[in-house]
Write a protein that binds this ligand. Structure first.
Ligand SMILES: [Fe+2]
Ligand SMILES: [Fe+2]
Length: 185
């Protein structure tokens, strides 16, 4: 399994973020095992998912340019989403990860998207529900995630969308597509 060079990354993302990554990886492994999902893929995507969540925002944009992230301008309205797209490109270009499912799990861990695979669902849910997450209903969602990935995705997307709308935040189209996809299922 490929792993990020955390010795070179931890300073840039911060110790707290690094620990979050490790918790997400553990949670992803646990969920993958419960649901018979490819554990190595889930673990790899989880390890990489936040490697570009730099403390310094300028560094993120520089990396996005270096890695030729498409439609970079579109992320100006969604700065919280960009790190996921950059991390997927970093995993591909800098670490030679070619597995499209792993790359998608990294790229869509914040927004979700259409037609998510179980590996992608596991990583999305692990990020949303890792043990230090603390919001109303989180324990119920954790139980749901252990029982049924699709139901947990639907409930998480619904909560996420409501939260963004209450905050008056713009909603990335991938999140809307993801929400619609699960509401239809
Ligand atoms: Fe993230
Ligand atoms: Fe994360």
């Amino acid at each position: 399994m490929k792993a990020p060079a955390f010795d070179q990354i931890v300073d840039a993302i911060g110790e707290k973020r690094y620990k979050h990554i490790l918790r997400v990886t553990e949670t992803a492994e646990k969920l993958a095992k419960i649901h018979g999902v490819d554990v190595e893929k889930a673990r790899t995507a989880a390890l990489f998912h936040d490697i570009c969540k730099y403390k310094d925002n300028a560094r993120l944009w520089k990396e996005a340019e270096r890695l030729n992230v498409k439609d970079l301008d579109s992320f100006k309205a969604f700065p919280q989403v960009l790190h996921a797209y950059v991390a997927a490109e970093a995993a591909r270009v800098d670490y030679g990860i070619e597995d499209e499912e792993i790359l998608r799990a990294i790229r869509y861990h914040t927004t979700g998207t259409e037609n998510m695979s179980p590996v992608e669902e596991v990583v999305f849910l692990a990020d949303y529900l890792e043990p230090m997450r603390n919001f109303d209903g989180v324990d119920e969602l954790r139980k749901k995630a252990e029982a049924d990935l699709k139901e947990a995705m639907a409930a998480s997307l619904q909560g996420n969308l409501l939260f963004l709308i209450k905050q008056g935040t713009a909603v990335h189209l991938d999140t809307v597509r993801c929400y619609n996809d699960y509401m239809e299922k």
